[in-house]
Design a protein. Structure first.
Lengths: 114, 114
């Protein structure tokens, strides 16, 4: 079974530029999560979906961040006008509903905003 | 909201000696699941242990942890540390029935020295 895949693996931007991250969850996993992991900190949940519906995006900085999962499979996280404080690794994870508590993480995208 | 506290940022131990990583939590929910995730260098976090049963020891790959709701703790232990155990360890909790929304601690880096 293929794991969670993410691209790109690395991104370097100047402040004010936009960037998109892409995630392909494990096949059959209906729940998808995006986390932000600043250096030397634990992952912090940004947003998560059940199928194509947003369940909770309360931690997503809505003025610059957006996330979609239009067909309930792949997902895109976008940052408009990146700031230096956005420098972090962005992790995508998926799980099979809430009958199993385990989330499977992708390798992440390491973002550096100069 | 929920919170998870890992008091040590770095734990250094000599190979073959026991190691303990501390984890305490605060939550208002009665039904919760707990995890230890391990993250090796440049890899995604992966589940090491999970538990939702009070006072029951859980073991995997030589590590063990026991959830103690009376003291709000879920410490991770190993009787004999190995060089390959060097990694970042995160304690996390999930509210049952909330689509596995995870709250992570800040993480503890374990360095096992020869």
């Amino acid at each position: 079974e293929a794991g969670v895949t993410q691209s790109p693996r690395y991104a370097v931007l100047q402040e004010g530029q936009a960037v998109s991250f892409w995630c392909d969850p494990i096949s059959g996993h209906d729940t998808l999560y995006w986390y932000q992991q600043p250096r030397d900190q634990g992952p912090q949940l940004l947003v998560y979906f059940r199928d194509e519906a947003v369940i909770d995006n309360s931690q997503l900085p809505s003025d610059r961040f957006s996330a979609v999962r239009p067909k309930g499979t792949n997902s895109t996280l976008k940052i408009q006008s990146a700031k230096q404080g956005d420098t972090a690794t962005y992790l995508c994870a998926s799980s099979r509903g809430h009958s199993s508590y385990e989330q499977y993480f992708g390798p992440g995208t390491r973002l550096t905003v100069l | 909201g929920d919170s998870v506290t890992q008091t040590e940022g770095l734990v250094t131990v000599t190979e073959g000696l026991p190691v303990k990583l501390n984890c305490t939590y605060q939550t208002t929910y009665l039904t919760i699941a707990f995890f230890w995730y391990v993250q090796y260098l440049n890899e995604a976090p992966q589940v090491l242990l999970r538990s939702s049963t009070d006072n029951k020891r859980t073991e995997h790959q030589g590590f063990h942890a026991t959830l103690h709701k009376s003291s709000s703790s879920f410490h991770l232990q190993k009787s004999s540390a190995q060089l390959s155990d060097s990694a970042l360890y995160y304690c996390a909790l999930s509210q049952s029935g909330s689509f596995n929304k995870l709250t992570f601690g800040a993480g503890t880096r374990l360095a096992v020295c020869p």
